[in-house]
Design a protein around this ligand. Structure first.
Ligand code: UT7
Length: 323
């Protein structure tokens, strides 16, 4: 029998304030046309006062728990991918745990910026397969707006806030077609960390800093790294690109998503695209897109999906999953 981590529920949450490109054009020298053509973004959501990374994460988690039909008290692991924690410490995962009233299991954050959800998923999958955990909540949640410099048009129009969550449960099966996480590959290359970073933090300054990005350099690395890691994860599991039902990519830029799909010969009608509605929500982007496609019925049980993301660090990764 093989022990696998199976997705049994998904959920997501967005802040109440929706901001379109015309509203961004009142803040910085930009236009709806420029933002749409260069990134594919039409709207994003910004957290208002009182909305936090943990409140969005908790709302997404509650929906995933409801979809899975489990008792929150049976969760023995919470891994939360975020680059915008409520506080430097404690981990936002522990705040979510307390809000859910499921204390006692493991709870921690992982910080891999836009790849945060893939890193959280890889960690939870490994812990489930090793027997350290049996029911996990994996969350990607961000309030990126709190890190944005609203005088920098090259970055502030690209990001948004939100959260997505999944419940991962241990299941044993001999069937090679059984659902579960089949393969995950994660990478980092710290040599590029000055291309996408925050210029502050507890060990270097007395503030949390603002996001800085050399967008066109990140763009070039993104298409190459993402197509390479997708190939790696397919190879690891002996899967052909043609067998993939859906790609759920990190939603940073429609042109990156299209370029990556093209490199793998994957048609765009098998790619989930939510960047137009949510913009780049960093670690939340993949689980937000996944939940949208599960709930609207595009992603169905038995299908083969691949998740991928790339972000600051650089970090990047992909995960192949039978739903
Ligand atoms: O999630 C982590 C990963 N992040 C990403 O994947 C983001 C990757 N990068 C990108 O998505 C794209 O590089 C951007 C959308 C950020 C920019 O697109 P680009 O085609 O690479 O444009 P660019 O940075 O080369 O800038 C082109 C021009 C510049 O003007 P000049 O120097 O050619 O006169 C910019 O000043 O566009 C200008 N520009 C803007 N114009 C209007 C930059 N931002 C804006 C703006 N509105 N918001």
């Amino acid at each position: 029998m093989t022990r696998r981590a199976v997705i049994t529920g998904t959920g997501s949450a967005l802040p109440s304030r929706r901001v379109d490109n015309d509203e961004m054009a009142k803040i910085v020298d930009t236009s709806d046309e420029w933002i749409r053509e260069r990134s594919g973004i039409r709207t994003r959501y910004f957290a208002s006062e009182g909305e936090t990374t943990s409140s969005l994460a908790t709302a997404a988690a509650r929906k995933a728990i409801e979809a899975a039909g489990i008792d929150p008290c049976s969760i023995d692991l919470i891994v939360l991918g975020t680059t915008t924690p409520d506080q430097t410490f404690p981990a936002t995962a522990t705040t979510v745990q307390a809000a859910l009233g499921c204390n006692g299991g493991m709870a921690f954050d992982v910080q891999a910026v836009c790849s945060g959800f893939l890193y959280a998923l890889g960690t939870a999958d490994a812990m489930i397969r090793s027997g350290m955990a049996s029911k996990a909540l994996v969350i990607g949640a961000e309030t990126m707006s709190r890190l944005l410099d609203f005088s920098d048009r090259g970055t502030c129009v690209l990001f948004g806030d939100g959260a997505g969550a999944i419940v991962l449960e241990a299941r044993e099966s001999d069937d090679p077609e059984a659902p579960g996480v089949l393969a995950t590959k994660l990478h980092a290359d710290g040599a590029h960390n000055q291309l996408l970073y925050v210029d502050g933090g507890p060990s270097t300054s007395d503030n949390v800093g603002k996001l800085r990005m050399t967008g066109n350099a990140v763009f070039k690395h993104a298409v190459t790294n993402l197509s390479d890691v997708l190939r790696e994860v397919l190879e690891l599991s002996g899967t052909e690109a043609a067998q993939i039902d859906w790609v759920v990519p990190h939603q940073a830029n429609a042109r990156i998503i299209e370029g990556t799909a093209k490199k793998l010969g994957l048609p765009m009608d098998r790619v989930i695209m939510t960047v137009d509605q949510h913009a780049n929500t960093s670690a939340a982007s993949v689980p937000l897109a996944l939940d949208a496609a599960v709930r609207d019925g595009r992603i169905k049980p038995g299908q083969l999906i691949v998740l991928e993301a790339m972000g600051g660090g650089f970090t990047w990764g992909a995960s192949l999953i039978r739903i």
